[in-house]
Design a protein around this ligand. Sequence first.
Ligand SMILES: CCCCCCC/C=C/C(=O)SCCNC(=O)CCNC(=O)[C@H](O)C(C)(C)COP(=O)(O)OP(=O)(O)OC[C@H]1O[C@@H](n2cnc3c(N)ncnc32)[C@H](O)[C@@H]1OP(=O)(O)O
Ligand SMILES: NC(=O)C1=CN([C@@H]2O[C@H](COP(=O)(O)OP(=O)(O)OC[C@H]3O[C@@H](n4cnc5c(N)ncnc54)[C@H](OP(=O)(O)O)[C@@H]3O)[C@@H](O)[C@H]2O)C=CC1
Length: 284
Amino acid sequence: MSEKKTSRYAPDLMAGQVALVTGSGSGMGRATALEMASCGARLALFARREEPLEETAEMIRAAGGEAFVVPGDTRDEDSIETAMGRIKEHYGQLDVLVNNAGGQYIAAARDITNKGFEAVIRNNLIGSWQMTRAAADHFMYENGGSVVFVTAISGRTALTGFTHTVAARAGVTGMMKTLAAEWGEYGIRLNCVAPGTIKTEALGRYPIPPERWKQLNRSVLNRMGMAEDIAGTIIFLASDLGNFITGEDIYVDGGETLHMGHDARDMINPDMFDKRERGDGKDE
Ligand SMILES: CCCCCCC/C=C/C(=O)SCCNC(=O)CCNC(=O)[C@H](O)C(C)(C)COP(=O)(O)OP(=O)(O)OC[C@H]1O[C@@H](n2cnc3c(N)ncnc32)[C@H](O)[C@@H]1OP(=O)(O)O
Ligand SMILES: NC(=O)C1=CN([C@@H]2O[C@H](COP(=O)(O)OP(=O)(O)OC[C@H]3O[C@@H](n4cnc5c(N)ncnc54)[C@H](OP(=O)(O)O)[C@@H]3O)[C@@H](O)[C@H]2O)C=CC1
């Protein structure tokens, strides 16, 4: 028997709860699933590829937790229905949904075709809607629950090369707020977490070397975000700690969106505050 992993939160914070995390085979989804399990939640793990999900499940079980793999695609209604049915059969309940799955490609707006735009909207907006609607239909209208969406910092700032996903994420935030207003009466809370640049497997899929990511990093905390930084905030919102929070949008970006109107380092002297260079901060 392995030793139970120590949680940053109380080990019984989510005891008795079942949580479904999409995109939990890697990155922020995996970190969230692992930490929720260490808080006592029983996990349902959802993504397209089964193998990474099984790895996450093994990590949870090795730490003494409970996890169940339900492969599926957030864009495919049938696979969502199958997943909900299997969760009902296996756990009999669903209290928390984390809509974390997503992804896009980088392209200048003038190179994005209508088909490409629609594909990214389907992956990042419609997928989250379909998951949320199914969770409400099958479980949450009756028993209440909590839904957390992972979006992006684009609510506060432009992201050139990402027009399609910026539109999708803005759609998610608007949808979340409206659902929060409509579904409060069912005891369903909905919130967003907007990550800055987070060091996950996904960044490796861009043609940018790790050292370059450090230079590109604009967090005033002088380090890149880690998946655990996002997981902690998702759990805060999803669990009873966030019991009176709904319709909120929390930025977890290390100050990346502070937007200094003027930076005295650029205007006067790059060393006037300290001698560190951008991106040499503690990174992990
Ligand atoms: C929120 C942004 C913050 C950015 C901060 C920086 C940090 C980044 C964080 C991340 O988001 S990490 C994610 C990294 N990316 C990935 O993991 C890849 C994700 N991409 C996909 O999963 C798919 O490409 C898709 C977006 C879901 C589309 O897949 P789908 O199967 O639905 O469509 P396709 O048939 O593949 O393509 C349809 C259409 O879309 C256009 N297209 C797709 N891929 C590309 C590409 N790489 N480059 C240019 N265009 C693309 C294209 O028009 C396709 O049509 P056809 O040309 O094939 O007819
Ligand atoms: N890393 C970053 O800096 C930022 C990331 N984000 C967003 O945060 C979320 C998590 O990112 P991160 O952990 O970095 O990324 P990852 O790519 O590591 O994780 C995303 C996961 O989503 C799953 N997924 C993608 N599309 C679907 C789908 N249609 N149905 C089911 N599962 C799907 C993928 O698994 P599989 O392929 O097996 O389906 C993958 O494991 C994503 O939405 C991302 O776009 C936002 C801002 C910044």
